[in-house]
Design a protein around this ligand. Structure first.
Ligand SMILES: NC(=O)c1ccc[n+]([C@@H]2O[C@H](COP(=O)([O-])OP(=O)(O)OC[C@H]3O[C@@H](n4cnc5c(N)ncnc54)[C@H](OP(=O)(O)O)[C@@H]3O)[C@@H](O)[C@H]2O)c1
Length: 328
């Protein structure tokens, strides 16, 4: 597992991390036993960066992470959680010290630690990026020793660019994958100039970029790939990266011919993200130990050839960009 520098934090983290939304909720049923085995396998494979949130299963993902780490001992990975989505209503004014402090207390308890490594504002309303008092509240939590650092998770490229103006921001999490290439235009270089870590999420476009789906694939009623396909519950960009399912299936068929020998499409998709050194870590979700182990192995793959990178850029321009490029 190769490590990358995580912005100005001084941390070196595994370039493949672990996304824990799926073991928390919203991806169909996953038992505690399977979730713990999956986390264990990820850690065994050298993954030492875990992304989570206080709302994944209303704290279930955080508690499972605490349990997995308690039973293992040894060097702790970096655990990056998120706060803000518990606000009802989810409005910018709610991102104040009082609320953030109470969300942090709950995550400290769930994760069974005295200090959180990293707290990310969880796709806040864009007005938050025009409220310096929110970032001052996070600075106060750092001073109080409640959190080591903070970052933001964003939906849109411009939100990420605006967030870079706050000097305390250590990391930005954004959707970046073969179907969402716009962050590479300006955002990744801007983050690098400010020495801010970048976490690439939804790297497999919710599993589409594994090549395993077809027109007849069924998703459980509790899986957002069923209930949020048209953005019914949250930003549609979080489900299949916002790409229309049928269009995506056609593009995936074209990607098949580009897969390097003895490499799966999921591994190629992860390697494509790592080709950009503006990325600090990529956080695929996994629901089984086999998925976690296969994803970790993408770190050891050779670079993708220039001809493959060119073809993927062309495929994006022709088929996918018209659907997503100007939306996020
Ligand atoms: N607002 C936010 O901040 C936000 C939003 C979304 C995600 N995230 C973070 O980003 C992480 C990753 O994104 P994501 O989970 O949405 O999507 P993803 O990583 O693109 O897709 C994950 C899903 O793909 C399938 N999969 C994973 N590895 C596989 C493999 N090797 N072979 C076959 N199938 C595989 C699994 O589902 P199946 O087996 O069921 O197909 C898995 O749950 C999340 O877990 C979360 O930590 C954050």
């Amino acid at each position: 597992m190769h490590l990358r520098r995580f912005g100005k934090t001084g941390w070196e983290v595994s370039e493949i991390g672990f996304g824990s939304w799926g073991i928390g909720a919203d991806w169909g049923p996953v038992s505690d036993r399977d979730a713990l085995a999956t986390l264990g396998e990820a850690l065994d494979r050298g993954i030492d960066f875990i992304d989570t949130a206080d709302v994944y299963g209303d704290g279930r993902a955080e508690r499972l992470i605490a349990e997995a780490l308690r039973s293992r001992g040894g060097k702790r990975p970096i655990v990056a959680t998120k706060a803000g989505k518990r606000l009802k209503p989810h409005v910018a004014a709610g991102y104040n010290l009082e609320n953030l402090a109470s969300f942090v207390e709950r995550s400290l308890k769930n994760l069974a630690v005295e200090t959180l490594d990293l707290v990310q504002l969880h796709c806040p309303p864009p007005e938050v990026f025009y409220r310096p008092e929110t970032f001052e509240a996070l600075d106060a939590l750092v001073r109080q020793g409640k959190i080591r650092g903070y970052g933001v998770s964003v939906e849109k490229v411009e939100e990420g660019i605006k967030a870079l103006e706050f000097s305390g921001v250590a990391s930005i999490q954004i959707i970046y994958n073969i179907f969402r290439q716009r962050p590479a235009e300006r955002f990744l270089s801007a983050a690098r100039e400010r020495n801010v870590g970048v976490i690439a999420r939804v790297p497999l476009a919710s599993g589409l970029l594994t090549g395993k789906f077809n027109r007849d694939t069924q998703f459980a009623a509790t899986d957002h790939r069923n209930f949020n396909r048209h953005g019914e519950s949250f930003d549609v960009g979080e489900t299949f990266a916002g790409v229309d399912y049928e269009t995506a299936l056609v593009a995936v068929e074209e990607l098949r011919s580009l897969m390097p020998h003895e490499t799966t499409m999921a591994q190629m998709a992860l390697r494509w993200i790592l080709m950009n050194d503006g990325i600090s870590t990529v956080i695929p979700g996994a629901k089984t130990p086999e998925q976690a182990s296969a994803n970790a192995a993408a770190s050891d793959l050779p670079e993708l050839p220039a001809s493959t990178m060119d073809r993927i850029a062309e495929l994006y321009r022709e088929r996918i960009a018209p659907l997503v490029h100007q939306r996020w």
